[in-house]
Design a protein around this ligand. Structure first.
Ligand code: FAD
Ligand code: SIN
Length: 527
């Protein structure tokens, strides 16, 4: 046991929208420490393009937002959570405006927000800042975070594992803090807290092709699993239909908002194919559009399909999609003159750490907020632009629950034990295993699955995990090794969840069980 080098009231792991919102709602009444793997703004939140769903238009309603979310979620959403989050949406938009976020307004109508349209939404409902909503929101909140005297930000720190006490699965199990690797010094620090919020984001890097940033390695899911939390619905991986296909563009998203403004998906000869797949064509929910593209690419032997925006003049494109236009033009693609090559890529995890409507997990004092969590909002398929909304509402909910309780200081905690390990010498091996897992997940656990592919993936992942875990136990850790172990663990959890679901529903399509069962049941894994 040792005295604590750093204790705080609330420890927040991750500085995406979920982490920053939670911190700002807590900081007037609690000391908060935000630990983040890279720089403060690294994460999916700053990359978000389309915007935030909220029924703010006069001709729209919360009921319609709820209904669209339930339809996209294919029977698996928790209605009470959907209603709560959709109802709160207009208020959290006003909160962001009060923080200083300047959402795009209608050009001819002062004070009225311009609303984008995305697949699965029955109305224009997406509040946005041109096509870089996430960056605008995160930069605004970053300013607030940095100026708040009760918030300490620790960048370049990777959470390794939680410090817990009490028997696994027992009511008395609670969290006391976390072990955190300082990437610059290589030291492991013990951070104590009376409450911990997991806000570590998504897991897109488990797949070879993803829209996600490098930090999205599913760390929070792996950490919570090792600590004894249940996981829900991890088989529902959302593949975004339109990621830019270009050798020099890594993970660049072409927002669904382009299809909302009339963008058409076409083959090389300009033929549209979506109307043959779904009456809603390009604005069908994402699972349908991604599967249709996958089908066209596989049956025709194509490397990509194209998104045609040529019906809009250059001035419209420059005004509405300045960031996407600039990136495409950097790569020699002028979307006013020619269609954009696109492919589906892993984008979002609908499942994650099982939480209740207050963001509580199975462990007392431990909360999960944002993409790492499974609240029941998204069900089997997330409706576009509901994720940032979930971060905003659930960040607020977690903070409210923590503030309703007394902050009890953690006990003295054991230090990290370095004594039995030697320096890691095989970084090539780490890189090789990492590549094998991502490729295997892409090939065997992608948009279309089968029993045979899932069984093969499970066998290979078990073997890889056993090797990685043994290597981990013997060597000094660094960020790459931590991420590799987490990616391997999360990949196994996704495959287990996919094997457990004996039907096809929402984002999970298994061609050996193509029908959807009458009853919708969550896949829950217990450690
Ligand atoms: P993130 O924003 O990803 O933040 C996670 C944080 O945790 C990061 O700071 C990361 O560094 C940190 N972290 C991770 N592991 C560790 C660790 N072990 N230790 C310490 N820190 C750690 N959703 C919408 O609703 N609307 C959109 O328009 C939209 N556009 C998108 C565009 C793109 C390109 C992508 C990738 C996603 C988009 N999404 C959108 C989804 C949405 O952006 C994410 O789901 C959401 O931002 C997740 O927020 P978060 O706070 O949970 O995670
Ligand atoms: C997009 O802009 O297409 C992404 C929106 C989302 O993922 O919700």
């Amino acid at each position: 046991m040792s005295s604590l080098p750093h204790t705080t009231d609330v420890l927040i792991l991750g500085s995406g929208l979920a982490g920053l919102v939670s911190a700002l709602h807590l900081a007037d009444r609690r000391r908060v420490t935000v630990v983040t793997k890279g720089a403060l703004l690294e994460g999916s939140s700053a990359w978000a393009q389309g915007g935030i769903a909220a029924a703010v238009a006069r001709e729209d309603s919360v009921d319609a937002h709820v209904e669209d979310t339930l339809v996209a979620g294919a029977g698996l959403c928790r209605r009470d959570v959907v209603e709560r989050i959709a109802t709160r949406a207009p208020a959290v938009i006003r909160w962001l405006q009060a923080q200083g976020v300047a959402f795009t307004a209608e050009a001819d109508n002062r004070g009225v927000l311009h609303l984008g349209r995305e697949g699965g939404h029955s109305a224009r409902r997406i509040v946005h800042v041109a096509d870089s909503t996430g960056r605008a929101v995160q930069e605004t909140l970053e300013e607030r975070i940095k100026r708040h005297p009760n918030i300490t930000v620790l960048e370049q720190r990777v959470a390794i594992d939680l410090v817990t006490r009490g028997a696994r699965g027992s009511a008395g199990r609670r969290v006391d803090g976390a072990y955190v690797l300082d990437r610059r010094s290589g030291e492991v620090q013990t951070l104590g807290a009376s409450a911990v919020i997991l806000a570590t984001g998504g897991l897109g890097k488990v797949y070879l092709y993803t829209t996600n940033p490098d930090v999205s390695t599913g760390d929070g899911v792996a950490i919570a699993w090792r600590a004894g939390c249940r996981m829900a619905d991890l088989e529902f991986i959302q593949f975004h239909p339109t990621c830019l296909y270009h050798p020099d563009a890594k993970s660049f998203l072409i927002s669904e908002a382009l299809r909302g403004e009339g963008g058409k998906l076409v083959l090389a000869d300009g033929t549209r194919f979506m109307p043959a797949h779904d009456a809603r064509a390009e604005l069908a929910p994402r699972d349908i559009v991604a599967r249709a593209i996958d089908f066209e690419m596989k049956t025709r032997g194509l490397d990509c399909v194209w998104l045609d925006m040529r019906h809009h003049p250059r001035s419209f494109i420059a005004e509405h999609f300045p960031t996407i236009d600039a990136r495409c033009r950097e790569l020699g693609i002028d979307m006013a003159l020619r269609p954009i090559p696109v492919v589906p890529a892993a984008h979002y995890s609908c499942g994650g750490v099982l939480t209740d409507a207050r963001a509580r997990t199975d462990i007392e004092g431990l909360y999960a907020v944002g993409e790492v969590a499974c609240t029941g909002l998204h069900g089997a398929n997330r409706l576009a632009s509901n994720s940032l909304l979930e971060c905003l509402v659930m960040g607020e909910a977690a903070a409210a629950d923590i503030l309703a309780q007394a902050a009890t200081p953690p006990p003295a905690l054991p230090d990290w034990d370095h004594s039995r390990v030697t320096p890691a010498r095989e970084s090539v091996r780490v890189a090789h295993d990492w590549d094998s897992i991502r490729r295997l997940m892409w090939d065997l656990v992608g948009i279309v699955r089968s029993d045979e592919r899932l069984a093969l993936a499970a066998r290979r992942l078990d073997a890889l995990y056993a090797e990685i875990d043994a290597y981990y136990a013997r060597h000094r850790i660094d960020n790459d090794l931590l991420e590799l172990r987490n990616v391997a663990e999360v990949a196994r959890l996704i495959v287990r969840s996919a094997q457990q679901r004996r039907e096809s529903r929402g984002l999970h399509y298994n061609r050996d069980v193509p029908e959807m069962l009458c009853e919708a049941v969550d896949t829950v894994l217990t450690p």
